[in-house]
Design a protein around this ligand. Sequence first.
Ligand code: ATR
Length: 284
Amino acid sequence: MNISPRTKLVGLIGHPVEHSLSPKLHNSLYEKYKLDYVYLAFDIVPDDVGKAVEALKILGFKGFNVTIPHKEKIIWFLDSLDTEAAIIGAVNTVKQEGGKLIGYNTDGMGFVDSIKRRGVELKDKSALVLGAGGSARAICVYLLKEGIRKLHIYNRTKEKALDLIEHLERFFPCTSLGYVAGEDINCVHPDLVINTTPVGMWPHIDVMPIENFEFLPHMTVVDIIYNPLETLFLKKARQTGCITINGLDMLVGQAIKAIEIWTGVKVDYDEAIRTLSEKDKSLL
Ligand code: ATR
């Protein structure tokens, strides 16, 4: 890395950030693509988000990522949002342009890309989303934008799923949206199943977000968890013959989109995966 006074600054704010893979991934890609950028991570407590944003702005950061727990609160401090980020109500990527801060949600963009690059069509398909938190919200908005015809949501807390459905119905009135209870989960036969909950994440790797789910070979099954790379849920899906997509695809996908927003450069997906695995052998 050759840092000079012309090197452009980008980064991450969150709390905590010490285990984030983003600095490693971004800085390696900047080096590989000869982009004169450096990516730094900042641990910012919730009360300091406004001050941190002001500081990044004054320091001339070209942009920054935002992670837990600031993805919603950050909106207060931005000048505008792209359409999808506004519907999602959460931002994970900010660009500074002409002194203005614009918010995007590349979690959803990266999710859709990770599916499309596997040759899976989304238009007119049906999906089952497990979970109704921030990740589910971003994923649902992008699924609906891509033309998913029927969307079921299952969540441990039913009210939260119903709130999400009500919110989505306002923006996508022509799509069939509904809650599915655990006991009815095998009646919906979706084309696409997405786990957005942390169930199955290390160290509790022997559990699944829904027990007794009947995988069918035509299904594409996605888990946003990347530790482990293959959750028990994905393993069962793979053994049934489903196409499976793990959380690393989505992590890399959202980073590639952020780089494109900041620099205009389109990073190759396989190159990004290779770069990350060279830097972190535990990932592949
Ligand atoms: P994220 O931003 O990653 O989506 P979140 O907004 O906290 O995180 O949402 C986490 C989701 O996983 C929620 O849908 C949560 O269910 P509740 O609404 O019932 O809290 C779900 N979740 C978290 N831990 C879970 C568990 N042990 N079993 C089932 N669902 C769980």
